[in-house]
Design a binder for this molecule. Structure first.
Ligand SMILES: [Zn+2]
Length: 222
């Protein structure tokens, strides 16, 4: 018998293979009275993309995990806020990051979106073309949000078929997100209270997760 103890994250990866094969485990019914602490002690940070049904694709039941979602599944200040509460007050010890193929965050830059919103006609035209929607500028500037966290690298058309370049850009951001968590002074990654952090790219076409190595090639963080 193998001495390797599977983590919850490893079990979620197995659930994901079942999901992609048409054998999803998530039960949609109300489970009855449950405790506040997530039963599987997992916190998931995932993109808000409409094609990701997080409980389904990870085979999670109601009450088993915290699920934190935003555009891109990025680790911004508010994500850290939720993760610190999740771990220190509610006992989670594994963090799972889920980025995905054909993400909208590959299709713009922060500067482009800000310029468009402020009323720059060239930026508006580009955004209209990229999104196949008439972009309507707000015509005013704003200091918030300070960042949209668009993925770095050369932008591509919205919802383009997944390719090598996009894969690299997604992996960069997954690694950057892992760094933001493991380097945070309030999230312990060693000692008895340690949290583990693993990152994935979810393929919206196949339903399968693939893990992103950390650190990256030659020790880079992307
Ligand atoms: Zn996305």
């Amino acid at each position: 018998m193998s001495s390797k103890v599977d983590t919850i994250t490893d079990q979620l990866i197995e659930n994901n293979r079942d999901y992609a094969a048409g054998r999803g485990a998530h039960r949609p019914q109300h489970p009855g009275k449950q405790p506040i602490r997530p039963a599987r002690r997992v916190a998931v940070v995932a993109c808000m993309d409409a094609r990701l049904a997080v409980e389904d694709l990870l085979g999670l039941q109601t009450g088993e995990a915290h699920i934190i979602r935003n555009a891109g599944g990025v680790v911004a200040e508010d994500t850290i806020r939720s993760l610190v509460i999740s771990h220190h007050l509610l006992h989670t010890r594994e963090i799972v990051l889920v980025h995905h193929t054909r993400c909208g965050m590959l299709a713009f830059t922060d500067d482009l979106l800000k310029a468009g919103l402020e009323g720059d006609p060239a930026a508006s035209a580009l955004l209209s073309k990229a999104t196949d929607r008439d972009f309507v500028p707000a015509g005013r500037s704003s200091s918030s949000p300070a960042s949209f966290f668009a993925f770095r690298g050369a932008i591509e058309p919205l919802d383009r078929e997944h390719g090598q370049e996009a894969q690299q850009r997604l992996e960069w951001d997954v690694r950057r997100s892992i760094s933001a968590i493991v380097d945070h002074p309030w999230i312990p990654t060693s000692g008895p209270d340690a949290v583990s952090v693993r990152g994935f790219v979810y393929d919206v076409d196949t339903g399968l997760l693939s893990e992103v190595s950390y650190p990256g090639p030659k020790g880079s963080f992307g």
